[in-house]
Write a protein that binds this ligand. Sequence first.
Ligand SMILES: Nc1ncnc2c1ncn2[C@@H]1O[C@H](COP(=O)(O)OP(=O)(O)OP(=O)(O)O)[C@@H](O)[C@H]1O
Length: 261
Amino acid sequence: MNPAIQLIDVTTSYENNVVFTRLSLQIESGRFVGIVGPTGCGKTTLLKTILGVQTVFCGQVLLNGQPVDRVQSKRIGYIPQLESVDWNFPVTVEDVIMMGLYTGRRLLPWQSKEERERVEDLAGKLGIYNCLRQHISHTSGGQRQRAFLARALISNPSLLVLDEPTSGVDIKTQHEVLHLLGDINSQGMTVILTTHDLNAVASHLPWVICFNNGIVAEGRPHDIFTNDILTQTYGSDIIIIKHGDYHLIANSTPLKFNYDR
Ligand SMILES: Nc1ncnc2c1ncn2[C@@H]1O[C@H](COP(=O)(O)OP(=O)(O)OP(=O)(O)O)[C@@H](O)[C@H]1O
């Protein structure tokens, strides 16, 4: 297998806040990888480093063996945390998807017939064809996630990077989004995502990286979702209940309520 992503001895920080030091990581082409870890541990910073938009103080970031730079980063489809998006921006679902064709350029007020057909075709495949003329703020969480997925996919990237695609949607939509990503991955695209949902990772993803300002462990969820590794990653006691092929992961100190009061 060829590596899609290689980080070699990479150090990055925000002013005096060092996020990770001399990090080395390799993600093989065609993998479907989840990155998990506590809040503030550097997951988004790691994604930004992979995208080539994070200042790196030393080390190298390679995409398909070449240094990631602005030209290369166009080969990456990126979906940010949707909580960070301003939904009052006056655009329709169609505009959002179309923006994926104009990375680094202004969205033109006219589009070619071929561009419109590509947008309509992709929207159809992702089940949002009927929302194309709707204002993005009038769509549901799942429809927004699909609109941004279409925007990332429209330029045929070789790598898809998603920051918390399962947050803010219900459990059924989470399941649908992960299945959609699994289908995209099975067609050959490398997919990397971050999430706080360990149970979704355990049941849907073939490979996981436990991260906390560095790699704690990586491997198949079945192998590395152990009490030791998760406690090391999160710094608190975690229990894992195994039921057949299923893992249920929970904090070991639930709140106790006195219902008789
Ligand atoms: N633009 C920024 N300027 C300064 N510090 C930042 C900036 N972005 C992130 N940080 C800091 O860098 C560290 C890593 O943040 P990052 O967003 O990568 O974490 P995360 O694991 O993605 O968190 P979460 O799970 O809450 O999204 C945190 O201490 C955060 O406060």
